[in-house]
Design a protein around this ligand. Structure first.
Ligand SMILES: O=C(O)CCC(=O)C(=O)O
Ligand SMILES: [Fe+2]
Length: 496
């Protein structure tokens, strides 16, 4: 059979199945329709509008992430909407949420309105996820239903007319969150992909032959353990496009590292949602198989924000700066030279520089413009970081002037942090090869900030720390010993 006719036959079979399912649902009186006066009617219209507005204004872009040490671009375009001052990190990239609510100020733009709608959708998914988990908890208390739950066969698929069965039958983790906590979605990562985009080269699903992958097998990272992920699926109809390929988008699911249990793949219709309830994401991997049409998916998550919110990093900076005092003539001085104080400041120095400042600016000028509420905060963090540069400088000076024992103790603390700073700065400069940079639109070019010339006198320290690192190596006990033995051996060479 030719490929085309086989495909057509599959499509026909698919349609026949859908028709049968539809008829059986009709027979059960389960199909519902909404009149314009129904409260959900408006939200049905609002949501595609919001997604299209974000897309129209260019808010989706293909992220540059790190996979096995390589910088690669995701096939799907993404944007993050969420609680104000929240971030979500995946594959080495920190995403800064565009807020879905605006404090006291009125909604000012279509984009803000769209973000507000995503926030409403998020509230809806919180409520639905809680209901599903409660139902599952009730089912679990009935012995029979427990036995009938297979891990990999667990239906993760949910549509308005479908009864939801429970997900995985994994043992709960010792510290699983409450239903409330595990569904308290604080961010929505929205994906968009048009499979007809000629720039895309999708990899085939490697294990089962499920089809071209928009998102490869993975577990969602950086989430509160045991928390639910809810996903809304919206495909863009391509009416009038006679060449349109109507193959479905699908979500695949498999048990991680398991070759015995069959994987599952579930076709998704527009307007449907699916849920990875409880610890399903911790025990299974999922992937997304591209269909024929452009598609949005909103993925609602409980990001683990212990170290990912603006108030968190502001607190950390304050902690670091508490060791910075002033002399009588108004110059900076370190309040304490104790190792644990220096250690803390240097750790936070690297954290704010590489987890926040560089992560934010490396995503380019357009990213910053879109996140205007973040910019003053980033500038404030940069001012704190600048003070930490002073603190490092003061510590380096102390290491050089104090007696051997004290000086080398300081150098020992500073060295690993300086080495790490130097390496991470270089990693940022090297993240994009010249070849990649050539192809990037100016709006997305990385901004290396903070960056300065080594002889810039307004800066306490040079950007390139090589000389300071060599100096600190010499000041450490180990460095001193090797220095003495070097000079001893060269002396003896000289005399012979
Ligand atoms: O688009 C989907 O259905 C899920 C996407 C996904 O797995 C992700 O963004 O992590
Ligand atoms: Fe995912």
């Amino acid at each position: 059979m030719s490929k085309m006719s086989k495909k057509r036959q599959n499509e026909d079979q698919g349609k026949e199945l859908k028709r049968k399912k539809l008829l059986s649902e009709v027979a059960r009186g389960k199909l519902q329709f909404l009149m314009p006066d129904h409260p959900d009617f408006k939200s049905l219209e609002e949501l595609p509008w919001a997604l299209n507005i974000l897309h129209h204004h260019g808010y989706f872009y293909r992220d540059w992430v790190k996979v096995k040490g390589q910088t690669v671009q995701t096939p799907v375009s993404r944007t993050l909407i969420g609680e104000p001052e929240t971030t979500y990190k995946y594959l080495g990239l920190r995403l800064f949420a565009i807020p879905w609510c605006f404090g006291d100020h009125q909604v000012e733009s279509e984009v803000e309105l769209a973000c507000g709608i995503i926030g409403k959708l998020n509230d809806h998914f919180k409520a639905v996820s809680r209901k599903l988990l409660l139902e599952r908890a009730a089912e679990k208390t009935e012995p029979e239903s427990c036995i009938s739950q297979g891990a990999a066969q667990s239906p993760l698929h949910h549509s308005p007319n479908e009864e939801t069965k429970s997900c995985s039958e994994q043992k709960p983790t010792t510290c699983s969150p409450s239903i409330e906590e595990g569904t308290d979605f604080n961010v929505v990562l929205i994906n968009y992909m048009d499979p007809k985009d000629p720039d895309l080269r999708l990899k085939a699903e490697p294990y089962y032959g499920m089809g071209p992958l928009a998102v490869s097998w993975h577990m969602d990272s950086n989430l509160v353990q045991g928390s639910t992920v809810a996903v809304y699926n919206h495909t863009c109809s391509s009416d009038g496009d006679s060449s349109s390929d109507s193959s479905d988008w699908m979500v695949g699911l498999k048990v991680s590292w398991d070759i015995e249990t069959p994987g599952v793949v579930v076709p998704l219709q527009t307007g449907e949602s699916y849920f990875m309830l409880g610890d399903l994401n911790d025990t299974h991997q999922h992937c997304v198989v591209a269909g024929g049409q452009a598609r949005f998916s909103t993925t609602h998550r409980v990001a683990d924000c212990c170290q990912g919110t603006l108030p968190y990093i502001q607190r950390r900076c304050k902690e670091a700066l508490s060791n910075l005092g002033e002399t009588e003539n108004g110059e900076y001085k370190l309040t304490s030279l104790a190792a644990d104080h220096l250690e803390l400041t240097e750790t936070i120095h690297n954290e704010v520089e590489f987890e926040w400042l560089r992560q934010f600016w490396m995503q380019g000028s357009r990213h910053a413009v879109e996140r205007k509420s973040w910019v003053p905060a980033m500038e404030h963090l940069e001012a704190d970081w600048h003070k930490m540069e002073h603190m490092t400088k003061l510590a380096v000076e102390e290491a050089n002037v104090l007696d051997d024992e004290e000086g080398s103790a300081i150098a020992e603390v500073l060295l690993p942090h300086l080495e790490e700073r130097q390496k991470l700065r270089q990693d940022c400069l090297d993240k994009f090869s010249p070849k990649i940079l050539e192809t990037m639109h100016a709006d997305f070019l990385p901004i290396h900030r903070p960056k300065w010339e080594d002889d810039d006198l307004s800066r306490p320290l040079p950007f390139d720390l090589s000389n300071i690192i060599s100096n600190m190596r010499l000041v450490t006990k180990h460095g001193k010993k090797s220095c003495i033995s070097d000079s001893e051996s060269s002396d003896s060479d000289y005399h012979s």
